[in-house]
Design a protein. Structure first.
Length: 326
């Protein structure tokens, strides 16, 4: 999730359980520790490929969580000159755990089992920026400055309110996922992978994706809108790989192989250019949210002799009509 939500989660954990034992150092520690795993964002300076390969990796590891908690607890205990090492350790552990869990509930993918595995786990429950989730953390946190004698109680209220909201998101996700499986059955599809991905601004809006190996079925739904569910035009089908030797050639490139490791629902497109070059783009329908932009797109350009002219990550904003989408 976004840094604001991560920081608020750490602050609320501190308010709910450590405001009396650690005082102001509880909130300071909770906020800093809760956002600390995203320090790996500095990898963005070394290029998109390095960033995607290692972001949400070792700094987000459940396996290394006790070690990180120990180190951070020691640092904050020394800075605060407090003797409550156990409370600092417990706060650091819970704040780091909250960060990992809040990233796992999104669709981006988190290597929570690093360094033993580079599998990107994603629970697809909550969109990466959720104003309702953030507000449940933010409002009680702000109220603690008006009602300073009720820090712990307001922290507990905030965490308690998150439980039914997360339950709603889980219920909504399961309902959307069931719809996707029904769609596959009705269309006589044999799915290799099925997903319901959360969409912005509502726990009821989802993108249904069905991967059959050769094609990808995509449909955007609002499970709380009966008219939307009954529309005759229910989604679209993408052909994953056009019949082109240029696609086959691109798929053998190391950069594209890496992209296929990262992408969950990839689609390829070939554009034969006027100068004899061939432009191949790979998009991940997981990020098909905005009409004019698809983040984490990989583009390869060949000359007519088959030599690679360029290959890089980019954002689709010019070839969407060629995809025939929506």
């Amino acid at each position: 999730m976004d840094p604001l939500t991560h920081g608020l989660a750490g602050a609320v954990i501190a308010k709910a359980g450590f405001s009396r034992s650690l005082g102001k150092w509880g909130s300071i520690t909770g906020i800093i520790v809760a956002v600390s795993p995203d320090s790996d964002f500095i990898l963005r300076l070394f290029g998109v490929e390095i960033f995607l390969k290692y972001h949400r990796g070792i700094t987000h590891s459940l396996i290394l969580l006790p070690v990180y908690s120990l180190i951070l607890a020691y640092i904050f205990q020394r800075i605060s000159k407090s003797r409550n090492f156990f409370y600092f350790y417990l706060l650091c552990f819970l704040s780091l755990l909250s960060h990992i869990l809040l990233d796992l509930v999104t669709s981006f993918g988190t290597m929570a089992l690093s360094p033993l595995s580079d599998q990107r786990l994603a629970w697809d429950i909550i969109f990466i920026i959720d104003p309702y989730f953030t507000a449940i953390l933010l409002i009680p946190f702000l109220l603690t400055y008006l009602f300073k004698n009720y820090n712990r109680e307001l922290g507990v209220v905030s965490i308690s309110l998150l439980v039914p909201y997360i339950a709603l998101c889980i219920f909504s996700h399961n309902h959307a996922l069931s719809m996707a499986y029904r769609e596959a059955e009705e269309r006589h599809m044999i799915p290799h992978a099925v997903a319901a991905l959360p969409q912005p601004l509502s726990p009821f809006k989802w993108a249904l994706l069905i991967d059959t190996g050769d094609t990808l079925y995509q449909r955007f739904v609002d499970i709380n809108d009966k008219d939307d569910l009954q529309k005759a035009d229910r989604g679209m089908i993408w052909k994953k790989w056009p019949d082109s030797p240029w696609i086959d050639k691109a798929l053998r490139l190391p950069g594209v192989e890496f992209y296929m490791w990262f992408a969950r629902f990839p689609v390829g497109k070939v554009n034969d250019m006027d100068d004899g070059h061939h432009l191949i783009e790979f998009i991940d329908l997981r990020f098909d949210i905005l009409r004019d932009r698809i983040p984490f797109t990989y583009r390869v350009e060949f000359d007519n002799g088959g030599a690679v002219v360029s290959q890089q990550f980019t954002t689709v904003n010019s070839l969407l009509d060629d995809y025939g989408r929506r």
